[in-house]
Design a protein around this ligand. Sequence first.
Ligand SMILES: [Mg+2]
Length: 352
Amino acid sequence: MIEDSQQSRTKLSELGEFGLIDLLTKNLDSKLPSTIKGIGDDAAVLNFEGKQTILTTDLLVEGVHFDLAYMPLRHLGYKAVMVNLSDVYAMNGVATQITVGIACSNRFPVEALEELYSGIELAAKLYDIDVVGGDTTSSTKGLLISITAIGVADKEDVVYRNGAKPNDLLVVTGDLGAAYMGLQILEREKEVFKVNPNSQPDLDAYTYLIERQLKPEARKDISGLLKSLEVKPTSMIDISDGLSSEIMHLCKNSKTGVNLFEDKIPLDPTVISVCEEFEIDSTTIALSGGEDYELLFTVSQTDFEKIKANPNFSIIGHMTEENEGMHLITRDNTKIPLIAKGWNAMEKDAED
Ligand SMILES: [Mg+2]
């Protein structure tokens, strides 16, 4: 479906490991004052001047986390960075550096890795981070990409999952479910393409959904926005697996219950219409879809006035005492237990 734009195909073995690393990292100059030494020595050296260091890592595996039939390599590089930065932002930190590990089989030419790196480079530029190291090696099958992100925060600014209190408001940024429906569209088009390779999909109506799947943006802006509103969340997490399982993480870690209101869950109009087209319930998609990379957090009731009118935030519920349990209040005012059904579980159900 995605056209193969590679004009030339240089074998990885032609360059050798060091030649390849030189080629891939030639545009990656460090720019942050906290990067004392970036690429080019045995290890990077960083200096955060007494701030706390945030460190997170994620591994993406071809065939498990992405499908190159519709995932352009440039987008994959970009997304792999976003997935990690999102976790730094979920600690209320500022992302500063990443390292990149890649393993790929010899079916990938040098030009393919350059594509992948162009996405990483773009993410680094737009999100103001330095790429300070990495490793490239061969795999017997497929492509693996592992990124480690580093960030900083003042000690008093770090937000954990365990600080929510009963009566705190539950807030989410952006809207939910679009990345999952984008994937459904791409999967459907892939099947059409298999049957008729000459088909030209018209995906205009689905642009937002496909972008949310192929080119997600981590919420770099939220930490600063909350600071300017003088709001410090009591707990926070990013939404990678779906709203319900992330809410349950906050509840379990904070030892609270929750009431989540179905009619408050933010959905883009295209998510609603595409869910109708696929005959899937849009609430289920928001609860279980995943890969939205929005932030979910709790704030004290006293902060209500500061956030209620902000278009970046939706107040979707409130925390309760732990013994009250975790519930979804449906549109018809029925209280049902919240169940965690992440992305993988949903895929599995679909196959059953
Ligand atoms: Mg996370």
